[in-house]
Design a binder for this molecule. Sequence first.
Ligand SMILES: Cc1cc2nc3c(=O)[nH]c(=O)nc-3n(C[C@H](O)[C@H](O)[C@H](O)COP(=O)(O)OP(=O)(O)OC[C@H]3O[C@@H](n4cnc5c(N)ncnc54)[C@H](O)[C@@H]3O)c2cc1C
Length: 489
Amino acid sequence: MGEEPVSVGALVEEIRAIAGGEHVVTQPEALRTYESDGLLHLSATPGAVVLPDSAEEVQAVVAACHRAGVPFVARGAGSGLSGGALPVEDGVLIALSRMKRILEVDIENQRVVVEPGVTNIAVSNAVSGDGHFYPPDPSSQIVCTIGGNVAENSGGAHCFKYGFTTNYVTGLEVVLPDGEVAQLGGKGLDQPGYDLLGAFVGSEGTLGVCTKMTLKVIPSPEDTRTLVAFFDGTDDAGKTVTDIVAAGVVPGAIEMADQLCIQASEAATGVGYPTDAGAALTVELDGSYAECEARFEEVRKICENNGATGIRVAESEEERALIWKARKAAFAAMGRIAPNYFVQDGVIPRTKLSEVLGQIADLESEYGLQVANVFHAGDGNLHPLICYDGAKEGEAERAEELSARILDACLDAGGSITGEHGVGVDKKKHMPKMFSEPDLAAFQKLRCSFDPGGLANPGKVMPTPRLCGEVPGPYRQHPLEAAGLAERF
Ligand SMILES: Cc1cc2nc3c(=O)[nH]c(=O)nc-3n(C[C@H](O)[C@H](O)[C@H](O)COP(=O)(O)OP(=O)(O)OC[C@H]3O[C@@H](n4cnc5c(N)ncnc54)[C@H](O)[C@@H]3O)c2cc1C
Protein backbone atom coordinates (compact mmCIF):
# COMPACT_ATOMS: atom_id res chain seq x y z
CA MET A 1 0.00 0.00 0.00
CA GLY A 2 1.20 3.51 -0.78
CA GLU A 3 2.30 5.93 1.95
CA GLU A 4 -0.68 8.27 1.77
CA PRO A 5 -4.17 7.09 0.76
CA VAL A 6 -5.43 8.89 -2.34
CA SER A 7 -8.97 9.75 -3.38
CA VAL A 8 -10.89 7.65 -5.90
CA GLY A 9 -10.68 10.50 -8.38
CA ALA A 10 -6.98 9.92 -8.82
CA LEU A 11 -7.64 6.24 -9.49
CA VAL A 12 -10.38 6.61 -12.07
CA GLU A 13 -8.09 6.93 -15.08
CA GLU A 14 -6.19 3.81 -14.04
CA ILE A 15 -9.44 1.86 -13.59
CA ARG A 16 -10.73 3.09 -16.95
CA ALA A 17 -7.57 1.78 -18.57
CA ILE A 18 -8.17 -1.62 -16.95
CA ALA A 19 -11.89 -2.13 -17.61
CA GLY A 20 -12.61 0.27 -20.46
CA GLY A 21 -14.10 3.74 -20.00
CA GLU A 22 -17.65 2.57 -20.71
CA HIS A 23 -17.43 0.15 -17.77
CA VAL A 24 -16.52 2.74 -15.17
CA VAL A 25 -19.34 4.79 -13.69
CA THR A 26 -18.63 8.19 -12.15
CA GLN A 27 -21.64 10.35 -13.07
CA PRO A 28 -23.50 11.20 -9.84
CA GLU A 29 -26.94 10.21 -11.13
CA ALA A 30 -25.66 6.86 -12.46
CA LEU A 31 -23.82 6.14 -9.20
CA ARG A 32 -27.15 6.31 -7.38
CA THR A 33 -28.11 2.95 -8.92
CA TYR A 34 -25.57 1.36 -6.63
CA GLU A 35 -26.12 3.29 -3.42
CA SER A 36 -28.11 0.61 -1.56
CA ASP A 37 -28.60 -3.13 -1.51
CA GLY A 38 -31.87 -4.75 -0.38
CA LEU A 39 -31.62 -2.89 2.94
CA LEU A 40 -33.02 0.23 1.40
CA HIS A 41 -32.96 2.58 4.35
CA LEU A 42 -29.14 2.62 4.22
CA SER A 43 -27.43 4.32 1.31
CA ALA A 44 -24.01 5.66 0.38
CA THR A 45 -22.71 6.90 -2.95
CA PRO A 46 -19.47 5.21 -4.04
CA GLY A 47 -16.66 7.27 -5.52
CA ALA A 48 -16.70 5.11 -8.65
CA VAL A 49 -18.22 1.86 -9.87
CA VAL A 50 -16.30 -0.51 -12.09
CA LEU A 51 -17.85 -3.42 -13.96
CA PRO A 52 -14.97 -5.76 -14.80
CA ASP A 53 -15.36 -8.52 -17.36
CA SER A 54 -12.71 -10.97 -16.16
CA ALA A 55 -10.76 -12.17 -13.14
CA GLU A 56 -7.71 -10.39 -14.57
CA GLU A 57 -9.58 -7.08 -14.58
CA VAL A 58 -10.79 -7.65 -11.00
CA GLN A 59 -7.23 -8.40 -9.97
CA ALA A 60 -5.89 -5.27 -11.64
CA VAL A 61 -8.59 -3.08 -10.05
CA VAL A 62 -7.98 -4.52 -6.56
CA ALA A 63 -4.22 -4.14 -6.98
CA ALA A 64 -4.72 -0.50 -8.00
CA CYS A 65 -6.93 0.11 -4.94
CA HIS A 66 -4.28 -1.53 -2.76
CA ARG A 67 -1.47 0.64 -4.14
CA ALA A 68 -3.57 3.74 -3.62
CA GLY A 69 -4.98 2.72 -0.22
CA VAL A 70 -8.54 3.06 -1.51
CA PRO A 71 -11.24 0.76 -0.06
CA PHE A 72 -13.36 -1.42 -2.32
CA VAL A 73 -16.66 -3.28 -2.02
CA ALA A 74 -17.74 -6.25 -4.17
CA ARG A 75 -21.32 -6.28 -5.38
CA GLY A 76 -23.36 -9.05 -7.00
CA ALA A 77 -27.06 -8.35 -7.63
CA GLY A 78 -27.42 -6.08 -4.60
CA SER A 79 -30.23 -8.21 -3.17
CA GLY A 80 -28.51 -8.62 0.21
CA LEU A 81 -30.63 -7.71 3.21
CA SER A 82 -28.00 -6.62 5.74
CA GLY A 83 -26.23 -3.78 3.91
CA GLY A 84 -23.27 -5.99 2.95
CA ALA A 85 -22.87 -4.38 -0.47
CA LEU A 86 -23.40 -0.87 0.86
CA PRO A 87 -20.70 1.18 -0.89
CA VAL A 88 -17.96 3.05 0.90
CA GLU A 89 -18.02 6.72 0.04
CA ASP A 90 -14.81 7.61 -1.76
CA GLY A 91 -14.24 3.93 -2.34
CA VAL A 92 -14.58 1.76 -5.44
CA LEU A 93 -17.57 -0.51 -5.93
CA ILE A 94 -16.68 -3.61 -7.97
CA ALA A 95 -19.92 -4.76 -9.60
CA LEU A 96 -19.58 -8.31 -10.91
CA SER A 97 -22.72 -8.46 -13.03
CA ARG A 98 -20.82 -8.77 -16.34
CA MET A 99 -18.98 -11.86 -15.14
CA LYS A 100 -21.86 -14.28 -15.66
CA ARG A 101 -20.36 -17.14 -17.63
CA ILE A 102 -20.84 -20.77 -16.76
CA LEU A 103 -17.31 -21.94 -17.42
CA GLU A 104 -17.69 -25.69 -17.12
CA VAL A 105 -20.37 -28.29 -16.53
CA ASP A 106 -18.69 -31.48 -15.36
CA ILE A 107 -21.56 -33.83 -14.62
CA GLU A 108 -19.31 -36.86 -14.26
CA ASN A 109 -17.69 -35.21 -11.26
CA GLN A 110 -20.91 -33.41 -10.27
CA ARG A 111 -19.23 -30.02 -10.49
CA VAL A 112 -20.07 -26.72 -12.18
CA VAL A 113 -17.51 -23.93 -12.46
CA VAL A 114 -18.96 -20.43 -12.70
CA GLU A 115 -18.07 -16.77 -12.63
CA PRO A 116 -19.34 -14.78 -9.63
CA GLY A 117 -22.13 -12.89 -11.45
CA VAL A 118 -23.98 -16.09 -12.46
CA THR A 119 -27.41 -16.17 -10.83
CA ASN A 120 -28.28 -18.95 -8.41
CA ILE A 121 -31.08 -20.31 -10.62
CA ALA A 122 -28.77 -20.41 -13.65
CA VAL A 123 -26.68 -23.13 -11.98
CA SER A 124 -29.65 -25.47 -11.59
CA ASN A 125 -30.84 -24.57 -15.09
CA ALA A 126 -27.43 -25.49 -16.50
CA VAL A 127 -27.61 -29.03 -15.11
CA SER A 128 -31.35 -29.81 -15.04
CA GLY A 129 -31.14 -31.42 -18.49
CA ASP A 130 -28.62 -33.86 -17.00
CA GLY A 131 -30.96 -34.68 -14.11
CA HIS A 132 -29.09 -32.63 -11.52
CA PHE A 133 -29.71 -29.52 -9.41
CA TYR A 134 -27.95 -27.04 -7.13
CA PRO A 135 -29.74 -27.31 -3.76
CA PRO A 136 -29.14 -24.02 -1.85
CA ASP A 137 -32.09 -21.97 -3.11
CA PRO A 138 -32.59 -18.47 -1.66
CA SER A 139 -36.05 -17.09 -2.40
CA SER A 140 -34.21 -14.42 -4.40
CA GLN A 141 -32.64 -17.10 -6.60
CA ILE A 142 -33.72 -15.64 -9.92
CA VAL A 143 -31.63 -12.51 -9.30
CA CYS A 144 -29.03 -13.15 -6.59
CA THR A 145 -25.55 -14.17 -7.70
CA ILE A 146 -23.32 -17.05 -6.68
CA GLY A 147 -20.74 -14.44 -5.57
CA GLY A 148 -23.28 -12.98 -3.15
CA ASN A 149 -24.39 -16.48 -2.07
CA VAL A 150 -20.81 -17.49 -1.26
CA ALA A 151 -20.13 -14.24 0.61
CA GLU A 152 -23.31 -14.62 2.68
CA ASN A 153 -23.32 -18.42 2.94
CA SER A 154 -26.88 -18.17 1.72
CA GLY A 155 -29.59 -20.66 2.48
CA GLY A 156 -33.11 -21.28 1.31
CA ALA A 157 -36.18 -23.43 1.66
CA HIS A 158 -34.36 -26.65 0.80
CA CYS A 159 -31.42 -26.21 3.17
CA PHE A 160 -33.07 -28.11 6.03
CA LYS A 161 -32.42 -31.35 4.18
CA TYR A 162 -29.60 -30.39 1.86
CA GLY A 163 -27.44 -27.87 3.73
CA PHE A 164 -26.27 -24.35 2.95
CA THR A 165 -23.98 -22.80 0.32
CA THR A 166 -20.92 -23.81 2.33
CA ASN A 167 -21.82 -27.47 1.77
CA TYR A 168 -21.73 -26.99 -2.02
CA VAL A 169 -18.62 -24.88 -2.64
CA THR A 170 -15.57 -27.07 -3.24
CA GLY A 171 -13.28 -24.48 -4.81
CA LEU A 172 -12.80 -20.75 -5.08
CA GLU A 173 -10.52 -18.47 -7.01
CA VAL A 174 -10.14 -15.28 -4.99
CA VAL A 175 -8.41 -11.96 -5.46
CA LEU A 176 -6.93 -11.10 -2.08
CA PRO A 177 -7.02 -7.46 -0.91
CA ASP A 178 -3.44 -6.87 -2.07
CA GLY A 179 -4.27 -8.05 -5.60
CA GLU A 180 -2.73 -11.50 -5.26
CA VAL A 181 -4.80 -14.37 -6.71
CA ALA A 182 -5.30 -17.47 -4.56
CA GLN A 183 -6.87 -20.83 -5.38
CA LEU A 184 -8.72 -22.33 -2.44
CA GLY A 185 -9.84 -25.95 -2.82
CA GLY A 186 -10.79 -27.33 -6.22
CA LYS A 187 -13.03 -30.08 -7.54
CA GLY A 188 -12.08 -32.49 -4.79
CA LEU A 189 -13.42 -32.47 -1.25
CA ASP A 190 -11.55 -31.69 1.95
CA GLN A 191 -8.14 -30.32 0.99
CA PRO A 192 -5.32 -30.70 3.50
CA GLY A 193 -4.30 -27.74 5.64
CA TYR A 194 -6.38 -25.05 7.30
CA ASP A 195 -9.89 -24.68 5.95
CA LEU A 196 -9.38 -21.34 4.18
CA LEU A 197 -12.23 -22.17 1.81
CA GLY A 198 -14.52 -22.50 4.82
CA ALA A 199 -13.24 -19.17 6.15
CA PHE A 200 -13.99 -17.45 2.85
CA VAL A 201 -17.56 -18.73 2.55
CA GLY A 202 -19.70 -16.39 4.66
CA SER A 203 -16.98 -13.75 5.03
CA GLU A 204 -19.24 -11.10 3.46
CA GLY A 205 -16.69 -9.64 1.08
CA THR A 206 -14.25 -8.76 3.86
CA LEU A 207 -11.46 -11.15 2.82
CA GLY A 208 -11.30 -10.40 -0.91
CA VAL A 209 -13.27 -10.84 -4.13
CA CYS A 210 -14.25 -14.28 -5.46
CA THR A 211 -13.74 -14.52 -9.19
CA LYS A 212 -14.48 -18.19 -9.86
CA MET A 213 -16.46 -20.83 -7.97
CA THR A 214 -16.49 -24.60 -8.24
CA LEU A 215 -19.87 -25.86 -7.04
CA LYS A 216 -21.20 -29.31 -6.25
CA VAL A 217 -24.46 -30.31 -7.92
CA ILE A 218 -26.44 -33.44 -7.08
CA PRO A 219 -28.95 -35.71 -8.82
CA SER A 220 -32.52 -34.41 -8.88
CA PRO A 221 -34.86 -36.47 -6.72
CA GLU A 222 -36.91 -39.16 -8.43
CA ASP A 223 -40.13 -37.86 -6.91
CA THR A 224 -41.35 -34.70 -5.17
CA ARG A 225 -44.59 -34.34 -3.19
CA THR A 226 -45.81 -31.05 -1.80
CA LEU A 227 -48.66 -30.23 0.55
CA VAL A 228 -49.83 -27.13 2.38
CA ALA A 229 -51.56 -27.70 5.71
CA PHE A 230 -53.61 -24.89 7.27
CA PHE A 231 -54.00 -24.41 11.01
CA ASP A 232 -55.85 -22.08 13.37
CA GLY A 233 -52.56 -20.72 14.67
CA THR A 234 -48.78 -20.99 14.57
CA ASP A 235 -48.71 -23.08 17.78
CA ASP A 236 -50.36 -26.05 16.07
CA ALA A 237 -48.22 -25.58 12.98
CA GLY A 238 -45.06 -25.38 15.14
CA LYS A 239 -46.00 -28.56 16.99
CA THR A 240 -46.50 -30.25 13.61
CA VAL A 241 -42.97 -29.30 12.55
CA THR A 242 -41.55 -30.81 15.74
CA ASP A 243 -43.59 -34.00 15.31
CA ILE A 244 -42.61 -34.45 11.65
CA VAL A 245 -38.92 -34.17 12.47
CA ALA A 246 -39.25 -36.34 15.59
CA ALA A 247 -40.86 -39.04 13.44
CA GLY A 248 -37.62 -39.24 11.47
CA VAL A 249 -39.02 -37.62 8.34
CA VAL A 250 -36.53 -35.27 6.66
CA PRO A 251 -38.58 -33.05 4.35
CA GLY A 252 -36.85 -31.34 1.45
CA ALA A 253 -38.49 -28.17 2.73
CA ILE A 254 -40.75 -27.22 5.61
CA GLU A 255 -41.89 -23.59 5.57
CA MET A 256 -44.35 -21.68 7.72
CA ALA A 257 -46.36 -18.52 7.12
CA ASP A 258 -48.64 -16.78 9.61
CA GLN A 259 -52.02 -15.21 8.87
CA LEU A 260 -50.75 -11.80 7.79
CA CYS A 261 -48.35 -13.44 5.40
CA ILE A 262 -51.01 -15.79 4.02
CA GLN A 263 -53.22 -12.78 3.33
CA ALA A 264 -50.43 -10.84 1.61
CA SER A 265 -49.28 -13.81 -0.49
CA GLU A 266 -52.88 -14.59 -1.47
CA ALA A 267 -53.45 -11.01 -2.59
CA ALA A 268 -50.19 -11.02 -4.56
CA THR A 269 -50.44 -14.43 -6.25
CA GLY A 270 -54.07 -15.65 -6.03
CA VAL A 271 -52.76 -19.02 -4.92
CA GLY A 272 -56.15 -19.89 -3.37
CA TYR A 273 -55.26 -20.03 0.33
CA PRO A 274 -57.95 -19.49 3.00
CA THR A 275 -57.25 -15.99 4.33
CA ASP A 276 -58.82 -16.77 7.70
CA ALA A 277 -56.24 -19.53 8.41
CA GLY A 278 -53.88 -18.72 11.29
CA ALA A 279 -50.89 -20.52 9.75
CA ALA A 280 -49.89 -22.37 6.59
CA LEU A 281 -47.25 -25.07 6.65
CA THR A 282 -45.73 -26.06 3.31
CA VAL A 283 -44.10 -29.48 3.48
CA GLU A 284 -42.21 -30.89 0.53
CA LEU A 285 -40.89 -34.43 0.48
CA ASP A 286 -38.42 -35.54 -2.13
CA GLY A 287 -36.48 -38.72 -2.79
CA SER A 288 -37.38 -42.11 -4.23
CA TYR A 289 -40.99 -42.87 -5.21
CA ALA A 290 -41.27 -45.50 -2.49
CA GLU A 291 -39.98 -43.21 0.24
CA CYS A 292 -42.16 -40.27 -0.80
CA GLU A 293 -45.24 -42.51 -1.04
CA ALA A 294 -44.80 -43.90 2.46
CA ARG A 295 -43.70 -40.70 4.16
CA PHE A 296 -46.29 -38.43 2.54
CA GLU A 297 -49.16 -40.26 4.24
CA GLU A 298 -47.30 -40.11 7.54
CA VAL A 299 -46.87 -36.33 7.21
CA ARG A 300 -50.52 -35.86 6.31
CA LYS A 301 -51.56 -37.82 9.44
CA ILE A 302 -49.24 -35.76 11.67
CA CYS A 303 -50.83 -32.58 10.29
CA GLU A 304 -54.33 -33.94 10.96
CA ASN A 305 -53.38 -35.06 14.47
CA ASN A 306 -52.24 -31.51 15.21
CA GLY A 307 -55.57 -30.01 14.17
CA ALA A 308 -55.00 -29.09 10.52
CA THR A 309 -58.17 -27.36 9.31
CA GLY A 310 -57.42 -28.18 5.68
CA ILE A 311 -54.73 -29.84 3.59
CA ARG A 312 -54.01 -28.99 -0.02
CA VAL A 313 -51.87 -31.39 -2.01
CA ALA A 314 -50.12 -30.14 -5.16
CA GLU A 315 -51.65 -32.28 -7.91
CA SER A 316 -49.42 -31.09 -10.73
CA GLU A 317 -46.07 -29.46 -11.35
CA GLU A 318 -47.95 -26.21 -12.14
CA GLU A 319 -49.72 -26.29 -8.78
CA ARG A 320 -46.46 -27.00 -6.98
CA ALA A 321 -44.84 -24.06 -8.78
CA LEU A 322 -47.74 -21.82 -7.73
CA ILE A 323 -47.36 -22.86 -4.07
CA TRP A 324 -43.66 -21.98 -4.22
CA LYS A 325 -44.42 -18.72 -6.00
CA ALA A 326 -46.71 -17.79 -3.10
CA ARG A 327 -43.94 -18.62 -0.62
CA LYS A 328 -41.17 -16.86 -2.51
CA ALA A 329 -43.29 -13.77 -3.17
CA ALA A 330 -44.00 -13.31 0.54
CA PHE A 331 -41.45 -10.53 1.13
CA ALA A 332 -42.51 -8.50 -1.88
CA ALA A 333 -46.19 -9.07 -1.03
CA MET A 334 -45.69 -7.10 2.19
CA GLY A 335 -46.04 -3.96 0.08
CA ARG A 336 -49.78 -4.70 0.24
CA ILE A 337 -49.77 -4.51 4.03
CA ALA A 338 -47.57 -1.48 4.70
CA PRO A 339 -45.48 1.05 2.76
CA ASN A 340 -42.26 -0.15 4.40
CA TYR A 341 -40.96 -3.19 6.24
CA PHE A 342 -37.78 -4.54 7.79
CA VAL A 343 -36.90 -8.20 7.14
CA GLN A 344 -35.36 -9.68 10.24
CA ASP A 345 -33.36 -12.92 10.16
CA GLY A 346 -32.95 -14.65 13.51
CA VAL A 347 -32.51 -18.29 14.40
CA ILE A 348 -33.95 -20.27 17.28
CA PRO A 349 -33.95 -23.92 18.26
CA ARG A 350 -36.95 -25.45 16.44
CA THR A 351 -38.58 -26.47 19.71
CA LYS A 352 -38.80 -22.81 20.81
CA LEU A 353 -40.93 -21.75 17.82
CA SER A 354 -44.16 -21.22 19.67
CA GLU A 355 -42.46 -19.49 22.64
CA VAL A 356 -40.62 -16.97 20.45
CA LEU A 357 -43.55 -16.39 18.09
CA GLY A 358 -45.60 -15.59 21.24
CA GLN A 359 -42.97 -13.05 22.29
CA ILE A 360 -43.07 -11.48 18.82
CA ALA A 361 -46.87 -11.15 19.13
CA ASP A 362 -46.40 -9.41 22.50
CA LEU A 363 -43.86 -7.02 20.93
CA GLU A 364 -46.35 -6.27 18.14
CA SER A 365 -48.86 -5.08 20.76
CA GLU A 366 -46.23 -3.18 22.75
CA TYR A 367 -45.03 -1.25 19.70
CA GLY A 368 -48.36 -0.98 17.89
CA LEU A 369 -46.80 -2.31 14.68
CA GLN A 370 -47.76 -5.34 12.61
CA VAL A 371 -45.26 -8.19 12.25
CA ALA A 372 -45.78 -10.89 9.62
CA ASN A 373 -43.86 -14.14 9.95
CA VAL A 374 -42.69 -16.36 7.11
CA PHE A 375 -39.81 -18.70 7.72
CA HIS A 376 -37.75 -21.80 7.21
CA ALA A 377 -39.44 -23.69 10.05
CA GLY A 378 -37.25 -26.78 9.88
CA ASP A 379 -34.12 -24.71 10.53
CA GLY A 380 -35.81 -22.48 13.13
CA ASN A 381 -34.77 -19.62 10.84
CA LEU A 382 -37.32 -16.86 11.45
CA HIS A 383 -38.00 -14.02 9.03
CA PRO A 384 -40.24 -11.59 10.90
CA LEU A 385 -41.33 -8.77 8.58
CA ILE A 386 -41.83 -5.63 10.64
CA CYS A 387 -44.30 -3.39 8.86
CA TYR A 388 -44.19 0.39 9.26
CA ASP A 389 -44.86 3.64 7.50
CA GLY A 390 -41.65 5.55 6.95
CA ALA A 391 -43.63 8.73 6.31
CA LYS A 392 -44.87 8.72 9.91
CA GLU A 393 -42.61 10.50 12.36
CA GLY A 394 -40.53 8.07 14.43
CA GLU A 395 -42.16 4.91 13.07
CA ALA A 396 -39.03 3.64 11.28
CA GLU A 397 -37.03 4.00 14.51
CA ARG A 398 -39.72 2.14 16.47
CA ALA A 399 -39.72 -0.62 13.87
CA GLU A 400 -35.94 -0.90 14.10
CA GLU A 401 -36.09 -1.10 17.88
CA LEU A 402 -38.77 -3.79 17.67
CA SER A 403 -36.64 -5.70 15.22
CA ALA A 404 -33.69 -5.58 17.66
CA ARG A 405 -35.93 -6.84 20.48
CA ILE A 406 -36.84 -9.84 18.29
CA LEU A 407 -33.15 -10.67 17.95
CA ASP A 408 -32.78 -10.43 21.73
CA ALA A 409 -35.62 -12.93 22.05
CA CYS A 410 -33.84 -15.26 19.60
CA LEU A 411 -30.61 -15.03 21.60
CA ASP A 412 -32.43 -15.62 24.89
CA ALA A 413 -33.90 -18.76 23.33
CA GLY A 414 -30.38 -20.00 22.54
CA GLY A 415 -30.38 -18.88 18.90
CA SER A 416 -28.47 -16.53 16.64
CA ILE A 417 -28.68 -12.97 15.28
CA THR A 418 -28.59 -14.20 11.69
CA GLY A 419 -29.44 -17.38 9.85
CA GLU A 420 -28.62 -16.57 6.26
CA HIS A 421 -28.78 -12.84 5.51
CA GLY A 422 -25.42 -12.02 7.08
CA VAL A 423 -24.29 -9.37 9.54
CA GLY A 424 -23.32 -6.61 7.11
CA VAL A 425 -23.83 -3.15 8.51
CA ASP A 426 -27.24 -3.86 9.90
CA LYS A 427 -26.32 -6.35 12.59
CA LYS A 428 -22.77 -5.52 13.54
CA LYS A 429 -24.02 -3.71 16.62
CA HIS A 430 -25.57 -7.00 17.79
CA MET A 431 -22.35 -9.02 17.45
CA PRO A 432 -21.19 -8.36 21.04
CA LYS A 433 -24.47 -9.81 22.32
CA MET A 434 -23.48 -13.12 20.77
CA PHE A 435 -19.69 -13.08 20.90
CA SER A 436 -17.32 -12.18 23.71
CA GLU A 437 -14.41 -9.75 23.26
CA PRO A 438 -11.88 -12.60 22.79
CA ASP A 439 -14.17 -14.15 20.13
CA LEU A 440 -14.35 -10.84 18.26
CA ALA A 441 -10.60 -10.39 18.58
CA ALA A 442 -10.08 -13.84 17.02
CA PHE A 443 -12.36 -12.88 14.09
CA GLN A 444 -10.39 -9.67 13.67
CA LYS A 445 -7.09 -11.55 13.59
CA LEU A 446 -8.40 -13.77 10.82
CA ARG A 447 -9.59 -10.77 8.86
CA CYS A 448 -6.29 -8.96 9.33
CA SER A 449 -4.32 -11.94 8.08
CA PHE A 450 -6.14 -11.59 4.73
CA ASP A 451 -6.53 -7.83 4.73
CA PRO A 452 -4.04 -6.00 6.95
CA GLY A 453 -4.88 -2.68 5.28
CA GLY A 454 -8.59 -3.01 6.04
CA LEU A 455 -9.56 -2.18 2.44
CA ALA A 456 -11.98 -5.04 1.63
CA ASN A 457 -15.54 -4.03 2.48
CA PRO A 458 -14.58 -2.00 5.56
CA GLY A 459 -17.16 -1.14 8.20
CA LYS A 460 -19.03 -4.42 7.83
CA VAL A 461 -19.50 -7.36 10.19
CA MET A 462 -17.18 -6.27 13.01
CA PRO A 463 -18.85 -4.07 15.63
CA THR A 464 -15.71 -2.14 16.53
CA PRO A 465 -13.41 -2.24 13.52
CA ARG A 466 -10.16 -2.46 15.37
CA LEU A 467 -7.23 -1.89 13.13
CA CYS A 468 -4.80 -4.61 12.21
CA GLY A 469 -1.71 -2.80 13.44
CA GLU A 470 -3.04 -2.18 16.91
CA VAL A 471 -0.51 -2.53 19.71
CA PRO A 472 -1.13 -2.48 23.44
CA GLY A 473 -0.48 0.78 25.30
CA PRO A 474 -1.76 4.31 24.96
CA TYR A 475 -4.00 5.21 22.04
CA ARG A 476 -2.17 6.19 18.86
CA GLN A 477 -3.97 7.31 15.77
CA HIS A 478 -3.68 4.77 12.97
CA PRO A 479 -2.93 6.10 9.45
CA LEU A 480 -6.25 4.67 8.24
CA GLU A 481 -8.08 6.68 10.90
CA ALA A 482 -6.16 9.79 9.94
CA ALA A 483 -7.24 9.21 6.35
CA GLY A 484 -10.87 8.85 7.43
CA LEU A 485 -10.97 5.27 6.14
CA ALA A 486 -11.62 3.60 9.49
CA GLU A 487 -12.80 4.70 12.87
CA ARG A 488 -12.74 3.47 16.44
CA PHE A 489 -15.90 3.48 18.51
C1 LIG B 1 -36.91 -11.05 -1.84
C2 LIG B 1 -35.64 -11.57 -1.23
C3 LIG B 1 -35.61 -12.86 -0.75
C4 LIG B 1 -34.43 -13.37 -0.18
N1 LIG B 1 -34.41 -14.66 0.25
C5 LIG B 1 -33.28 -15.17 0.75
C6 LIG B 1 -33.24 -16.54 1.19
O1 LIG B 1 -34.21 -17.29 1.11
N2 LIG B 1 -32.07 -17.00 1.70
C7 LIG B 1 -30.96 -16.20 1.79
O2 LIG B 1 -29.93 -16.69 2.26
N3 LIG B 1 -30.98 -14.92 1.38
C8 LIG B 1 -32.10 -14.39 0.86
N4 LIG B 1 -32.12 -13.09 0.44
C9 LIG B 1 -30.91 -12.25 0.61
C10 LIG B 1 -29.96 -12.18 -0.61
O3 LIG B 1 -30.64 -12.45 -1.81
C11 LIG B 1 -28.77 -13.12 -0.42
O4 LIG B 1 -27.98 -12.67 0.66
C12 LIG B 1 -27.87 -13.23 -1.67
O5 LIG B 1 -26.88 -14.20 -1.47
C13 LIG B 1 -27.20 -11.91 -2.05
O6 LIG B 1 -26.66 -12.08 -3.35
P1 LIG B 1 -26.34 -10.80 -4.25
O7 LIG B 1 -25.74 -11.27 -5.51
O8 LIG B 1 -27.53 -9.93 -4.36
O9 LIG B 1 -25.21 -10.12 -3.35
P2 LIG B 1 -25.04 -8.60 -2.92
O10 LIG B 1 -26.23 -8.12 -2.16
O11 LIG B 1 -24.62 -7.80 -4.09
O12 LIG B 1 -23.80 -8.74 -1.92
C14 LIG B 1 -23.94 -9.44 -0.72
C15 LIG B 1 -22.57 -9.54 -0.04
O13 LIG B 1 -21.73 -10.34 -0.84
C16 LIG B 1 -20.51 -9.64 -1.15
N5 LIG B 1 -20.13 -10.10 -2.48
C17 LIG B 1 -20.89 -10.12 -3.60
N6 LIG B 1 -20.20 -10.68 -4.60
C18 LIG B 1 -18.98 -11.02 -4.12
C19 LIG B 1 -17.83 -11.63 -4.67
N7 LIG B 1 -17.79 -12.03 -5.93
N8 LIG B 1 -16.76 -11.81 -3.87
C20 LIG B 1 -16.76 -11.42 -2.56
N9 LIG B 1 -17.84 -10.84 -2.00
C21 LIG B 1 -18.94 -10.65 -2.76
C22 LIG B 1 -20.87 -8.17 -1.04
O14 LIG B 1 -19.75 -7.38 -0.77
C23 LIG B 1 -21.87 -8.20 0.11
O15 LIG B 1 -21.16 -8.20 1.33
C24 LIG B 1 -33.28 -12.55 -0.10
C25 LIG B 1 -33.32 -11.25 -0.60
C26 LIG B 1 -34.49 -10.76 -1.15
C27 LIG B 1 -34.49 -9.35 -1.67
